[in-house]
Design a protein around this ligand. Structure first.
Ligand SMILES: Nc1ncnc2c1ncn2[C@@H]1O[C@H](COP(=O)(O)OP(=O)(O)OP(=O)(O)O)[C@@H](O)[C@H]1O
Length: 490
């Protein structure tokens, strides 16, 4: 009803061209038809396949001689009675097409004499500047919570009727499904709800990951934001006990936000291979939320257009996927203030900071960084993020735990290894280096057709020169910077 009134208002404001960007063509045409019928104006739809056709007259024939874009516009221009014309997928025909643009402009210029309204319905439409001043844009509203619930219930009833059985659905799973459909069009929400029900006749929490993945695909962001299928559990992360505890304590506050103190995000800084990425994945795993990764490199991709807009759209999309975890990997690479980029990185930083301060939807940001020298001071200022964690090299007991995790993951019986003793051999190693030692040890054992032994692991460990040695200075600087600024993650 609201859409009908809004679109009518725009038309009554005497705009000769109304652009409707939507995937829901049928819904848009239906609105246009209803407005035409109410106002007693003839309504037509047009497509390159069928040409013009009366929309409000049942069984009206297609006017095939109008399939060509300039033919249809010529016909409209010649019609003495003002009508409403919904032109579907007309967007390709205005590009480098002076005749088409001129015809559109002439129809618009004569609007006072013959009040034609052209409604351009496409998934995306950029009007040339000479036409934009004659036009208004209209956006179909997305279904709200109540309408989404109605859609899911309709789908459940339809399934029940077809199968002769009731759809099983717990209240909580139903509410979560409805929440996860937010941001989708009516048609897409219906499709996903049907998909969730159809395979087992039930709505359960197990449906949610697939619904989230499908939703993300529908809201495609051309590579700036990616859906990470591979979340982790904190069982796979050795150490980082302070971080784990911090997250545990805030889980409920994030999932059922109340008041201004809802957790908003953390920044993890530390050596490469220390497990920061793994920790970001584990936050999503721990909170059972979808994980979205924002690729700062793609934000700057020249093919995707203006960087700030890319970032803004990606953040908007993340809000549509809320509740979710948004992982900004190597954030410093995207925000380091280059002097030669015409201020782009400053504007990108500004966009991010504004979003961090104003975001409404529950999107928990996990940013990771290796290089603190490139981190803009504004980002780490108190209040921007909830906590800054420093991921240092693991202590001996944590190294033993990481060894256990990676041996166990590769089917080894960890009881056969003296983990505490082995941990001494990998002093100064990052988690990634410990894992590499296990992998290399397994290859050596396989080459000798022998089971993996402590000797294999020791050999690999003693022949590894860890980053903490090759990059000792950088590590010292990182520790010094983090002292007093960051909380130890472990
Ligand atoms: N604390 C840990 N517990 C278990 N495994 C770990 C740990 N730290 C690192 N690893 C292993 O090393 C791999 C690489 O670590 P990860 O990518 O998480 O580190 P990072 O700090 O994000 O490094 P980078 O900055 O290079 O991306 C992980 O996938 C995991 O297998």
């Amino acid at each position: 009803m609201k859409d009908l009134n809004d679109l009518r208002l725009i038309m009554e404001s005497r705009y000769p061209i109304v652009v409707v960007e939507t995937w829901e063509e049928q819904r848009a045409l239906d609105l246009v038809r209803r407005i035409g019928m109410r106002e007693g104006r003839p309504v037509f739809s047009w497509s390159i396949v069928d040409g013009l056709r009366r929309l409000e007259v049942e069984g009206a024939p297609n006017q095939r001689h109008t399939v060509e874009p300039d033919a249809v516009l010529g016909q409209i221009r010649g019609n003495a009675e003002g009508g409403i014309y919904a032109l579907c997928d007309f967007h390709p025909f205005v590009e480098n097409a002076p005749k088409v643009v001129r015809l559109l402009k002439e129809i618009a210029l004569r609007h006072d004499t013959v009040p034609h309204t052209l409604v351009l319905v496409s998934h995306a439409f950029t009007l040339p500047p000479e036409l934009s001043r004659f036009s208004a844009r209209f956006r179909l509203s997305l279904p709200d919570q109540e309408q989404l619930m109605h859609i899911v219930q309709e789908e459940a009833r339809a399934f029940g009727r077809a199968r002769g059985e009731r759809v099983r659905a717990g209240r909580e799973a139903l509410d979560k499904l409805v929440r996860n459909l937010r941001g989708l069009t009516t048609e897409d929400a219906r499709k996903l709800a049907r998909g969730a029900i159809i395979h087992d006749g039930a709505i359960t929490e197990n449906d949610l990951p697939e619904v989230n993945r499908a939703k993300f695909r529908l809201l495609d962001m051309d590579g700036v934001l990616s859906f990470e299928y591979d979340t982790a559990s904190f069982g796979q992360v050795g150490g980082l006990s302070q971080l784990k505890q911090w997250l545990h304590r805030r889980r409920d506050a994030f999932l059922q936000p109340q008041g201004p103190d809802t957790p908003r995000g953390i920044l993890l800084v530390g050596v490469q291979g220390g497990g920061k990425s793994l920790a970001a994945k584990a936050v999503a795993g721990l909170w059972h939320l979808p994980l979205l990764r924002l690729d700062m490199g793609a934000v700057y991709n020249k093919y995707f257009g203006e960087s700030e807009r890319n970032l803004r759209e990606a953040l908007q999309l993340a809000e549509t996927m809320a509740p979710c975890v948004l992982w900004l990997d190597e954030i410093e690479k995207g925000l380091a203030s280059g002097d030669n980029d015409g201020g782009t990185s400053r504007r990108v930083l500004g966009t991010l900071l504004t979003w961090m301060a104003e975001r409404k939807a529950p999107v928990f940001m996990v940013a990771t960084a290796n290089n603190i020298e490139q981190l803009p001071p504004e980002l780490v200022r108190k209040g921007r993020i909830d906590e800054l964690f420093f991921v240092d090299l693991p202590a001996a007991d944590i190294r033993a735990e990481i060894l256990r995790i990676h041996l166990d993951r590769r089917g080894q019986d960890t009881a056969q290894f003296d983990l505490a003793a082995l941990a001494e051999y990998c002093d100064g190693f990052t988690g990634a280096e410990i894992e590499q030692a296990v992998v290399a040890g397994l290859y050596s054992a396989r080459a000798q057709e022998a089971p993996l032994s402590e000797a294999h692991l020791r050999t690999e460990m003693t022949s590894t020169v860890p980053l903490s040695v090759t990059m000792a200075e950088q590590l010292a600087a990182l520790r010094a910077w983090c002292h007093g600024r960051a909380v130890p993650a472990g």
